[in-house]
Each structure stands twice: as C-alpha cells, then as structure tokens.
Design a binder for this molecule. Sequence first.
Ligand code: URA
Length: 253
Amino acid sequence: MSLERNRLDRFLSARLGINRRAVKPLLAAGRVSVDGVTARDCDLPVTAFSTIRLDAEVLQQRTARYLMLHKPAGLLSATSDPRQNTVLSLLPADERVGLHLAGRLDKFSTGLLLLSDDSRWTGTSAAPGAGIEKSYLVGVRDPIVPEAVDAFAAGMYFPFEDIHTQPAGLEILEPCLARVTLREGRYHQIKRMFGRFRNPVLSLHRERIGDLRLDPALSPGQYRPLTTEEAQSAVQCAAVGACPDPKATGAGA
Ligand code: URA
C-alpha cells in the first residue's frame, strides 16, 4: 500500500483553479518549489507530505507522517545499512525521506512497526524504561513448561546489562505457541527469556503496541498511514516503545 501520489501540474491546476497549460509558465519562471527545491517539471510526483509553495505562499504544508508497517521477516529494523536491506526499502525512495523507526524488531521477527518523521514521536523511542504494553505471538521449538509463566512474571536478571527485567506476561496458547506481553524492550528480550528454558524461538510476531493493533488488512511488507486517532495514541507509545541494542549497533539482528 502506498501513499497517494499526484503530478505537480495536476496539483497546481486543482489548487489554483487554473488549467494545466497555465501552470507551465509558473514552473518555467521558477516560482514553484517542492520541499524547498525549485520545481520545473510538470510531472514531478507530489504527495500529501510535500510542502508546495508558489512564490512565498504555502499552497500545501508538509505534515508529519505516521505509518504502521507490517514488517516481513528478513529485513533489518534500521533506516540504513551498508550491507543488508532495511524495512525502509519497502517504501518508495521519496517517501523514505526523514523517516525514523519508533522501536525495532529483530531481523527475523515480523509484525507491527511504527515509523514517523516526527522527531518528538520517534526521538524518545530508545528509552528502555517502563511503559506501553507490547504483545507478541511467539512460536518456540519445544512445549513451554508451566514454570516459565512465573519466571516471566518475576522478571529475569540479564547480566550483560546488569538489569532485572520487568514483569512480563506469558500466556500459553498451544504447547509451542504463546502470547508474550512486555512493558520494555531489551535487546532480543523474548529470545533471551525463552533461552533460559533452552527453548529456541522459531517465530516472533508483534501484534500490538499500546492500543495500536497491526491492521489485519496489511500483508507482510505493506504499510499505511495512521489515522489521526491512531497517531495520537502512538505518540504516547513511542515515548517508551523501542527495543534498543545495548551495544548500540543500531539494528536488530
Ligand atoms: N524480543 C526479541 O527477542 N525480538 C524482538 O524482535 C522483539 C522482542
């Protein structure tokens, strides 16, 4: 799913109430800019996020973008990487500009990822502290032992970071499938918690962050803008919503 695009001349013609032929001289005279750059091409693609000016007059103001994306397995949760494809490769190049991730998923995890170019929203997202609940469907190799429920609820000591994890929910849905609920995002947290029981995680899918559920209409790799209400709810989520790497490598592995 992509954000709706328009041609610049169509946009100007509709916005100014003039025909497309009358748009040409405005462009030729260098009177129109898109995102701060003088635009001369009639067919330049523009979206709702483009800031478009005629002389000093703002015809359309670029507004902050908030997106939900269904992360497929195999892409890095990062904005760039020299060797591997990132989730941003799912968006056309002009829509990637300025986007950040609010929280991460490991490379082979799937599910709900939030993106925005609003730094108020994503800027604090590395905070590992207590916060918004996130839920994951987790498939593991071996049947989950009942003692794991209490161990997740009690929290676990992670010597690498010298922290004790906060209480986490573990609901056993099937012998090898559980719903895990966290209020923090430690590096590989769920894998490491199941690792204590020598039970490797085979699949990990984030279904919810706070009140925001992954839209079931989105297939892996698809994304859509958040509605205004969703974005407001996400602003609260993002203040606490990341899965930071203590070694600060910048990407889930
Ligand atoms: N915990 C993990 O181990 N991986 C994720 O992607 C998210 C939480």
